[in-house]
Design a protein around this ligand. Structure first.
Ligand SMILES: Nc1ncnc2c1ncn2[C@@H]1O[C@H](COP(=O)(O)OP(=O)(O)OP(=O)(O)O)[C@@H](O)[C@H]1O
Ligand SMILES: [Mg+2]
Length: 354
C-alpha cells in the first residue's frame, strides 16, 4: 500500500547539509498498522512528511496505493492538481492536533472537504457521520478550546478521515496525551483500521504504542531503517533489538553451574505447555527468571528466561527438546545476564544531546 525505494532527504540549512533520510526502503502492506520507532532525530517525521510529499524527497520514490507520488510532484505546472487528488487518499494526524480554534469541531472536519469542493449539505452530513465514528456526536458545535486533549485528537482523526482515505499517517499522535487517553486513541485507531480496512503508518518513540496496536514495525536510526518486519518475524530474528525491546526479559542465574536460556514463543508453540513437558520428560526443576508475554493480533507471543540446573553441556538434550517444539532458544552467557536496573533501552538510548 505504501512503498518507498531509496528515499533520501537532505536538508540545507545555513549552508550545512543534514541527511535526514538515507536510502529508506519501506513497505507497508494494505490493511496493516505499521509502526516506525526511533530516537529523536532519527528521521521519523521526515519519513512521514516525505510519504505524503509535504516534504519533497531529495531522491527516491514514494508509491501510495499504486500511485507514484514522486512522479506526480515532478510533472511541472499540472502537478499540483494531480498531487492534491492523490493526497486526498492519505489522511494525516498530528501530535498537536492542528485544529483551527476559531472554527467549530464540525467546521474543522469540513475544512478538507471544502478544499475538495464538496457541497455544503454533503459536507455537513459527512462531518456528523465522522464525529459519530470517533465517538463525539455531541460535540459538533463545540470549539476546540472546549475539548480535552483526547477529544481534540479525535477531531483530528475525524478530519483526517474526511476525504475517505485508504491510508492514515500519524506522527506522534498520542505523545501529548496522558497514558489512559493514549490507550483510548490507540484503540480508536485500531478500530478504524479494522472497520474501514484503513492502512495506518504511525511514528512513535514509545515502544508501548508499537506493542499495543502494530502488526509490523521498523526501527530507524540515523536516517536508515535498521530492522523491520511483522512482530512475529522480529521475534523470530535472533538478536533483534526491536524484539528485545518489545518483550524484554532480564534475570540473573541464581548460582554457578546453571544454564540460563531465553525462550521465544510465537505461533503454534505458544499454545503448547512446553515448559511443563520439558520438566516432566527430563525430570528437571525449571526456574522462571523473567517473562514478557502478551497477546498480539489475538495470539500469545512472548519471551521467557528460564534456568536449568547444571552447565550447558549437561542440558544439551533438554535444550534440543525445546528447539524441536518449534521454539526459538538462545543460551544466555553467564556474564550477559544484566541486572534489571542496569538494563538500558538500546533502541531508544540517546546517542547525544538533542
Ligand atoms: N526543515 C529542516 N531543516 C533542516 N534540518 C531538518 C529539518 N527538519 C528536520 N531536520 C533534521 O533532520 C534530522 C531528522 O529530523 P526528524 O524531525 O525527521 O527526526 P525525528 O525522528 O522525527 O525526531 P523527533 O523524535 O525528535 O521528532 C534531524 O537532524 C533534524 O535536525
Ligand atoms: Mg518527529
Amino acid at each position: 500500500m505504501i512503498t518507498t525505494t531509496g528515499l533520501t532527504k537532505v536538508y540545507e540549512s545555513r549552508g550545512r547539509q543534514v541527511t535526514a533520510l538515507d536510502g529508506v526502503d519501506l513497505h507497508v502492506r494494505e490493511g496493516e498498522v505499521f509502526g516506525v520507532i526511533g530516537q529523536s532525530g532519527a528521521g521519523k517525521s521526515s519519513l512521514i512528511r516525505c510519504v505524503n510529499l509535504l516534504e519533497r524527497p531529495t531522491s527516491g520514490t514514494v508509491t501510495v496505493d499504486g500511485v507514484d507520488l514522486t512522479a506526480l510532484a515532478g510533472r511541472g505546472r499540472r502537478a499540483g492538481k494531480d498531487l492534491r487528488r492523490a493526497r486526498s487518499s492519505i489522511g494525516m494526524v498530528f501530535q498537536h492536533f492542528n485544529l483551527l480554534s476559531s472554527r467549530t469541531v464540525e467546521d474543522n472536519i469540513e475544512l478538507p472537504l471544502e478544499i475538495l469542493g464538496v457541497s455544503g449539505a454533503e459536507r455537513s452530513r459527512r462531518a456528523l457521520e465522522l464525529l459519530d465514528l470517533v465517538g463525539l456526536a455531541d460535540k459538533a458545535k463545540a470549539y476546540p478550546g472546549q475539548l480535552s486533549g483526547g477529544q481534540k485528537q479525535r477531531v483530528g482523526i475525524a478530519r483526517a478521515l474526511a476525504g475517505n482515505p485508504k491510508v492514515l499517517l500519524s506522527d506522534e499522535a498520542t505523545s501529548a496525551l496522558d497514558p489512559e487517553t493514549t490507550r483510548s486513541i490507540l484503540q480508536l485507531l485500531r478500530d478504524l483500521n479494522r472497520q474501514l480496512g484503513l492502512t495506518v503508518l504511525l511514528i512513535t518513540h514509545e515502544m508501548d504504542v508499537v506493542k499495543t496496536i502494530c502488526d509490523s514495525a521498523a526501527l530507524m536510526r540515523k536516517g536508515r531503517i535498521v530492522e523491520s518486519g511483522t512482530v512475529s518475524e522480529l521475534l523470530a530474528t535472533p538478536g533483534s533489538e526491536l524484539a528485545a525491546e518489545l518483550f524484554p526479559v532480564t534475570g540473573d542465574a541464581t548460582g554457578p553451574d546453571r544454564t540460563v536460556v531465553d525462550v521465544t514463543f510465537h505461533g503454534e508453540a505458544a499454545t503448547q505447555p512446553v515448559i511443563s513437558q520439558l520438566s516432566r520428560t527430563y525430570n528437571v526443576d525449571i526456574s522462571i527468571l523473567g517473562a514478557a508475554m502478551d497477546t498480539v493480533g489475538g495470539r500469545q507471543i512472548g519471551r521467557m528466561r528460564i534456568e536449568l540446573p547444571g552447565r550447558y553441556e549437561e542440558n544439551v538434550v533438554p535444550v534440543g527438546f525445546l528447539r524441536e517444539q518449534g521454539l526459538q532458544v538462545e543460551i544466555v552467557e553467564a556474564d550477559a545476564t544484566v541486572p534489571a536496573q542496569a538494563a538500558q533501552s538500546p533502541v531508544l538510548a540517546k546517542e547525544g544531546a538533542k
